[in-house]
Each structure stands twice: as structure tokens, then as C-alpha cells.
Design a protein around this ligand. Structure first.
Ligand code: ZN
Length: 805
């Protein structure tokens, strides 16, 4: 193993903050670069909340890490002074002042290096600009003890606020004479406080990475094949033991590579980052005991060089064996994409997506063996090799990473229609509903193949498991996952089929028909509409339920309409669901009605979907919005560009009433009066930092100095309040300086608390739209052509489709 002396090192510290009583507040990380000459703070990131801290800097590490400034210059000398420009154009002047003895909870440290930095001229371009600038500008003192690290911090901010931190405990396993020792495993815990915090915070810092980047990372070793094996024991179901043999491509010159050769390419390995934006260590959080060995069984060092990225400095072109464990504890936390797309362990089965399980390199020839007890099923979307139950062929690393695996005593069956195969894997009490689910999926496949005029031939995996705390579904590669409450029985089909129908529809729209860039309004919205009308056509949901669902969607769409366009909203489809899913499906409904009107009901949205499947689903070409505009315009023989400009890429309100009139359906909207914003009432006027509820019948106050934790807000000025909108209504005419009376339930007693409303009296509270009401009803006096359009949409009088069920 060659050991070159690399002077530049990248160091990552993770941090987590909690209250003294142990309530989690936030987590983050900061990165440093160490050379022979400097130790520089290069970046930081945090996630979480400050637990009532209204300042934007709710972690201690903010006060330590100013991007692109030097914490130290080497060699260290008293009196040394340096000036720089940091992030937000802040001007810094640092000076090493001398040595002082410091007494903190962790002990007394003589000869601490006193480090002073003056920050001026910060020009923050972000939210809370004024406060951020005030906190950033000021004078910061740091005291470092040799071999220990940061012992104390005092930051005198330009607005008079002071932040103070002291070292509580530290662990430096390997002795080190640096003023800030940065070996992996070093841990410090600090107690810190400023006037923004109701309670002191405890923050722990830990060095998690310290590596130098090799020079030849750009040209990694190429691989010819990867052979994976997963082993899970019945009595240790939360541990997946993974082994992988990676075989490199031999040198193209056909020469045997000399072990002395110094330009040997490193083996680069990684795990997916999918859905782990807020985790500094990604899926490697659950990884243990990663090792690499050569063909003689000798260990080869594995270096972590980034978030879920590793380098193995191999010395020849012989196969390398990786071994590691994955702890399947992912269901202990919330995931941005929902619980249905992260590993979980149920009583009878284990669900795991490939991205949480596999460390991969760039390789096309992949096989997987799964070693589980004989009475377990192994359900995957992959083709089996031979007739072996547990041996699979995988196309490439994406096919491996973006597939789901279900292992256990769940039940497994194939649903087939028109050549499309969907392998059903049902766990828990859903197993009892296998016949019903198989029948439903088959009829959905049949209906969709009618709408799209064909069926994709890939095999898909469909996983459904019961979950009483979460309901949702997702698609990844050739796999679909659904978690839901309740049962999958025939007598409550209307409650579970829509979610299943939506996900199955993605086999066509989303998987076969795919976009270039970002067109989630089509891929999610049109999927939602097609699956809903299919459920009506199959008699699974009634016409009345369909109308109620439209009302709900239009209301949700209207609550966000105007803020950003339906198309733009797709940049963050989960937090803009009202525009992407609800708005997108209303665009589909509008187009269905408009096409039918322009063609005397001879053409419909089905013709658009058929053409999309022909042009993009069958060819693999990717569509853009212009393709949709072109096809709709062709089918309806009318220019639809203005429609898309207004309602899809623009923010104009979709006039749904005009379109539904063509089908004899009345759409009425009632906008409630504008009311003050809830945020302004709570945070500014009432000084309530956290209000829980309204679930459980109360609104509980937390982390607000003027109140007691668990004060239950039940009335304002003698009027009961139950929901957030009740507070907004009560605050309709409030002005800062007014006196109001809150009724609180405090330790079982009703307490009346007079409050003087805070805020600037010269400013009136910001108003936000009031509640919106939408009523959609079928006219009793509709014309024959209106009735024809309506029954065409919902497929009434089409017995061939109803018969299937
Ligand atoms: Zn979807």
C-alpha cells in the first residue's frame, strides 16, 4: 500500500443539538480544509428547528463556521493578524491575542489560545436579512486548548445580543497536539445560550471524516461485473449482510499490471443520494463494518471520500470483495419521500429499495443471490436466472439501485393482462385480500391498455403493506410501493383502489411515457385524472364521489393558485402537491372537456394519451410541454398554446366552471373574506412560538416565554377557538397595542390571561385569503349533448369495461 504524504485534507464534523431535557432541536455539519498553511471553514448546512429560537442561527456551529474564512494560519504565533472577506461579503479581522486560563464545566484549562475576530459589513441576501446581518457582525472570541479543541466561545453581536458557549465534555481518543484536533472519532459537547433561546442548548460535534482526495479520482478503475449476495437471518431480520465481488476490466494493453506501478486507478464506489438531501451521511448512516479484501483475503483500505462515496486504492486488476452490513432501521425516522419508499420491517416481511442496500460501481453485468430462510419469498421485478428462486439478473447499476425487494412470508402472485405482468407482493392482513387485489389490478391493466392503446411489456413489482400511521405510494424504476391503513377488501374498494390505481397508471404515464426536463403536472396530474376516471368507469367509485373529489381538488388548487405556475410547482412536487397533483389533474379534466366540445364528443383525452404512448411510450423518446400542446391542438383542431400559456406555464386561474358547463355540471366558488395571517397573529402579536393542534381537540402552546408549556388555548375574548381559522376570525380587527383576553386550560383549570398585542402599531397585520368553498353539482336540466360528454368521460354505458370486475 503506497502512502503518499498529502498535505490537503478535507474534514467533516457532524453536529446535533438538543435541549437540556433531551428534546431534539436540529442537526448539521461543517466542513473544513486543512493545508500546511491554513485551516479554513469551507461550508456548513443545518436541518431542523431551533425549538422556539426565532433567530435564523439556531445551532452553535453557525457561530463557528463562516464560509471561506481561515480559522487558523500556520505556524501559530501570538500577535498574528489576518484580514479576509467571507461569505455574504463580511469583512473579517482575526488576531491571536495571547494565552489565558479558562474554567468551564469540562475543567480548567491553562494556556488557552485566545482567538479574536471582528466581523463587519455583512451583506446578507436571504430571509431575515436585518437579523442575520446583526448576528453576523460583531466580535467573536474563541479559546482553544492544546490537544483539546474549542473550550469557550463568546460572540458579541452588533445588536447587543451575546452568544456564549462552554465545553461540557470531550473525547479525543488519539493524542494530538493541535489546538483543534480533527481525527475521526473526536467528540465535543457544548452548552450554549443567547437571549433568543428560552432554554440552553446542548450541542455535540463529532469528526466523521478526514481524508485527502487522491489525484487520480477522475479516471477510476472500470468494472466488468458485480456479483452480489444478501444474507438475512430469520432471527436477526434488521441486519442485511451484503457481499459483492467486483471484477475490474483488465488492462486494455493486455499486460499484467505491475504491483509497483504507481498510476494504478482507484476503485470508486458509491450509494445513491436519492431522498437523503437532509442527511449528511445519507444511507451510510445505516452501514456497518465495510471492508474490502483482495483475492488472497488480505484487507485493502477503504477511504470514505464524500457523502456515501468511497475509494479503494487497489494495486492490481484482480477482483475485490466488499463486505458490509446494513442495519434496516430506516423506519425509525421520517423520509422526505414518505415511509413507503424507505426500508421497513413488518411482522411477516422486510421491504428494501436497492438504493438503501447497495454500494455500486459503474457496471453493466450484475447478478444477485439472496440467502434467506427456505420458507421466505423473494419478490423483485428482476428476471430469475435459471429456475432458481433466489438468483437474479440485473441490467445495470440503476436497475439494481432503483428496484424494491420484498423478503419474507408475505404472499406473492402474478397479475397479468394484455401481456403486462405485475408481481403482487402483499404483507400482513393484506394477504387475505390477494384475490381481490389481483382482480382489481388485472382490470386496471385492462382499462389502461384501452386508454393508452397498448401495454408496456416490462415486468413490474407491486408491493402493498398495511400501516396505520401513514398512507402513500411511490414508483421507482420497475417497482411500485404502497403503504396504507385499513383493509383491501371488496366492500371498501372505493377507499383503497384510487391509490393503487394511481400507482399502476404510472406504468404508462411516468415510466413508459417519460419527460425531458420537468413536466410533473403531466406525469402526476394526468396520472391522477386517468386513474380517477378509470375507477369511475370500472364502477369502483361513484359519480357522486368523483364530484366530491373534484371539489376537494379545485379547493386545494385555488388555495395555492397564483403563487407559482402549475408547471413551475413541479420543481418541488411534494410541497406543491395542490398545484402539481390537484392542479395538474384539473388541467387534464379541462382538456378532456375541451377536446370533447371541439370534436362533438368524437375525440377525448384518451386520444391524447394514446398518441403520447405511441410517440413516447413505445419509442423511449422524451416529451416536453410543447409536444403535449402540439398533440392536443392536432386532436381538437384548435390552437391550444394560449390555454397552456395561461394555466400551465402561467398563473391564471383555471375557469373550471366554463369547461364543466359543457358536460352539464355546475361549478360554484365562494371566497371567504380575507383575514390576518396566522403566522403574524401568533409569532408577532401573541408572542406564541409554537402552537400544536388542532388534532386532539386543543391547541397547545410550547416554547413561548410568556406562557407555560402545555397551556391549552381554548378561547379568545370569551369566544371558544378550536381551529386555526377560529383564531384568524377572532383577530380580524386586532391592532398592535390592543388588549385581548386568552382563555387557557392550565393544569386542568381555566385561566384568563390578558395579553397586550405586540407589533408595530403603524403597520396593519398582513392579510391572507380566507377559506374557499367549492360546490360541484350535476344539473338536472342538462341537454343531450352535455349528457353525452359527461357519460363519455366517465365511460357510462360501456359494458365491456364494467364486466371485468
Ligand atoms: Zn404519482
Amino acid at each position: 500500500m503506497k502512502k503518499t504524504d498529502k498535505s490537503e485534507r478535507n474534514i467533516v464534523l457532524s453536529a446535533s443539538a438538543a435541549t437540556e431535557s433531551g428534546n431534539h432541536l436540529a442537526e448539521g455539519n461543517f466542513t473544513l480544509k486543512r493545508t500546511n498553511r491554513t485551516l479554513t471553514s469551507t461550508d456548513y448546512g443545518t436541518a431542523g428547528h431551533g425549538g422556539g429560537d426565532p433567530s435564523p442561527k439556531y445551532m452553535l456551529l453557525y457561530y463557528m463556521s463562516h464560509r471561506d474564512t481561515n480559522l487558523f494560519k500556520f505556524p501559530i504565533g501570538i500577535g498574528e493578524t489576518w484580514t479576509e472577506e467571507g461569505h455574504w461579503r463580511v469583512q473579517t479581522k482575526s488576531r491571536l491575542e495571547g494565552y489565558e486560563s479558562v474554567e468551564v464545566s469540562a475543567g480548567t484549562f491553562s494556556d488557552c489560545l485566545k482567538h479574536k475576530t471582528v466581523f463587519t459589513d455583512a451583506d446578507v441576501k436571504d430571509t431575515k436579512t436585518e437579523l442575520r446581518n446583526a448576528l453576523l457582525n460583531g466580535t467573536r472570541y474563541l479559546w482553544f486548548a492544546e490537544g483539546v479543541g474549542l473550550v469557550k466561545l463568546r460572540y458579541e453581536h452588533s445588536n447587543g445580543v451575546v452568544t456564549e458557549a462552554e465545553l461540557l465534555e470531550y473525547k479525543i481518543p488519539v493524542e494530538d497536539q493541535e489546538y483543534l484536533p480533527l481525527q475521526i472519532g473526536n467528540v465535543w459537547s457544548y452548552k450554549w445560550q443567547n437571549t433568543y433561546r428560552a432554554e440552553a442548548a446542548i450541542e455535540e460535534w463529532r469528526v466523521i471524516r478526514n481524508f485527502s482526495e487522491p489525484e487520480n479520482l477522475d479516471t477510476p478503475m472500470e468494472l466488468v461485473s458485480a456479483r452480489y449476495e444478501i444474507k438475512i437471518d430469520a432471527n436477526e431480520r434488521r441486519v442485511a449482510n451484503v457481499m459483492c465481488v467486483l471484477t475490474p476490466k483488465t488492462d486494455s494493453r493486455g499486460e499484467v499490471t505491475s504491483p509497483l506501478q504507481t498510476d494504478q486507478k482507484p476503485l470508486l464506489l458509491s450509494m445513491s443520494h436519492f431522498g437523503t438531501e437532509d442527511l449528511y451521511d445519507g444511507y451510510s448512516r445505516y452501514l456497518r463494518e465495510l471492508t474490502a479484501t483482495d483475492t488472497d483475503g488480505e484487507k485493502i483500505p477503504v477511504t470514505e471520500i464524500g457523502k456515501t462515496q468511497w475509494m479503494v486504492e487497489v494495486e492490481n486488476d484482480l477482483p475485490v470483495t466488499l463486505r458490509y452490513k446494513v442495519l434496516l432501521n430506516h423506519d425509525e425516522r421520517e423520509w422526505a419521500f414518505g415511509r413507503d419508499e424507505a426500508p421497513y420491517v413488518q411482522e411477516d416481511c422486510i421491504f428494501c429499495p436497492g438504493y438503501a442496500l447497495f454500494i455500486v460501481g459503474e457496471v453493466a453485468d450484475i447478478e444477485l443471490r439472496v440467502d434467506v430462510p427456505d420458507d421466505w419469498h423473494v419478490s423483485t421485478p428482476w428476471n430469475r436466472i435459471g429456475n432458481e428462486r433466489d438468483h437474479f439478473a440485473i441490467t445495470d447499476q440503476d436497475d439494481l439501485m432503483y428496484a424494491y425487494l420484498v423478503l419474507g412470508k408475505h404472499s406473492e402472485r402474478m397479475a397479468e393482462s394484455e401481456g403486462t405482468e405485475v408481481l403482487l407482493a402483499l404483507g400482513g392482513h393484506f394477504k387475505a385480500s390477494m384475490d381481490e387485489v389481483q382482480r382489481t389490478v388485472k382490470s386496471l391493466l385492462h382499462t389502461y391498455s384501452g386508454i393508452f392503446g397498448g401495454t408496456p411489456k416490462d415486468r413490474m413489482l407491486f408491493v402493498a403493506n398495511p400501516c396505520d400511521i401513514y398512507s402513500g405510494g411511490g414508483v421507482s424504476g420497475r417497482s411500485i410501493s404502497v403503504l396504507m391503513d385499513g383493509t383491501l377488501d371488496a366492500d371498501n374498494r372505493q377507499s383503497w383502489t384510487p391509490l393503487v390505481a394511481h400507482e399502476i397508471c404510472h406504468i404508462w404515464n411516468g415510466k413508459a411515457i417519460n419527460f425531458r426536463g420537468q413536466e410533473y403536472w403531466f406525469s402526476e396530474g394526468f396520472t391522477e385524472y386517468c386513474s380517477k376516471i378509470s375507477c369511475v368507469r370500472l364502477g369502483i367509485i361513484s359519480e357522486n364521489d368523483f364530484l366530491r373529489d373534484l371539489e376537494r381538488k379545485y379547493k386545494l388548487y385555488l388555495s395555492k393558485q397564483g403563487e407559482l405556475s402549475i408547471r413551475e410547482a413541479g420543481e418541488n412536487k411534494m410541497s406543491n402537491r395542490e398545484l402539481v397533483y390537484d392542479g395538474g389533474s384539473l388541467i387534464a379534466a379541462a382538456l378532456d372537456l375541451l377536446i370533447r366540445k371541439h370534436t362533438q364528443n368524437r375525440k377525448s383525452l384518451d386520444d391524447l394519451m394514446k398518441q403520447m404512448y405511441r410517440e413516447f411510450g413505445l419509442t423511449g423518446n422524451e416529451y416536453t410541454m410543447n409536444d403535449v400542446i402540439r398533440i392536443v391542438s392536432q386532436i381538437a383542431d384548435e390552437d391550444f398554446e394560449p390555454f397552456f400559456k395561461k394555466y400551465v406555464s402561467g398563473t391564471e386561474r383555471l375557469p373550471l366552471a366554463d369547461y364543466f358547463m359543457n358536460a352539464g355540471i355546475d361549478v360554484e366558488i365562494a371566497f371567504g373574506e380575507k383575514l390576518p395571517s396566522l403566522g403574524y397573529i401568533l409569532f408577532q402579536m401573541l408572542q406564541i412560538n409554537s402552537l400544536g393542534g388542532p388534532t386532539g381537540g386543543g391547541m397547545f402552546i410550547h416554547q413561548s416565554p410568556q406562557y407555560q408549556d402545555d397551556d391549552n388555548l381554548i378561547g379568545i375574548n370569551g369566544t371558544p377557538v378550536k381551529f386555526f381559522d377560529d383564531i384568524r376570525k377572532a383577530a380580524k380587527d386586532w391592532k398592535p397595542g390592543d388588549m385581548v383576553e386568552l382563555t387557557l386550560q392550565r393544569e386542568g383549570e381555566n385561566v384568563t390571561l390578558p395579553i397586550t398585542l405586540a407589533g408595530d402599531p403603524s403597520e396593519s397585520p398582513p392579510l391572507e385569503p380566507g377559506p374557499i368553498d367549492v360546490t360541484i353539482t350535476k344539473k338536472t336540466d342538462s341537454t343531450e349533448s352535455q349528457r353525452a360528454i359527461w357519460s363519455g368521460m366517465l365511460g357510462n354505458g360501456n359494458p365491456s369495461q364494467v364486466e371485468i370486475l
